[in-house]
Design a protein around this ligand. Structure first.
Ligand code: DGP
Length: 114
């Protein structure tokens, strides 16, 4: 998508600190980290949120899950634990309308989800 900032990151038109990449999926550090480890895992193709992500696309779903697992292990939060968040739509506060999974870890998270 032309004006989407995450599509621009995928195309290399905006810089990012990449931590994982394959032909379908990219993971990079969040520009405004909320935890010592804060990574965004995205499909390279533009889907606005999880509701648009095609549930029948087993290859993409599997690749996203593998990337999340690999990033968590490589960045050292697989043992200590992490939070996985996909804000979806207006009430969630989703700011960037390109599906992204936040991996947040490296500190104790609060019990609240809000
Ligand atoms: P959300 O509220 O779930 O849409 O979170 C969007 C996240 O994206 C937010 O934590 C900040 C991050 N972000 C926004 N613009 C950029 C950018 O240009 N580069 C990087 N690395 N992260 C960004």
């Amino acid at each position: 998508m032309q004006d989407c900032i995450f599509c621009k990151i995928v195309r290399g038109e905006l810089p990012s600190t990449k931590v994982y990449e394959d032909d379908l999926v990219l993971a990079f550090k969040d520009i405004n980290p909320q935890a010592p480890v804060h990574v965004l895992v995205i499909p390279k193709a533009h889907y606005e949120n999880v509701l648009e992500l095609p549930a029948h696309d087993g290859q993409l779903l599997s690749r996203l899950l593998s990337a999340i697992q690999q990033v968590a292990r490589e960045l050292g939060v697989a043992e200590t634990g992490f939070r996985l968040v996909a804000n979806t739509g207006p009430d969630s506060g989703q700011m960037v309308p390109h599906l992204h999974f936040h991996i947040l870890g490296g500190r104790k998270m609060g019990h609240g989800m809000a």
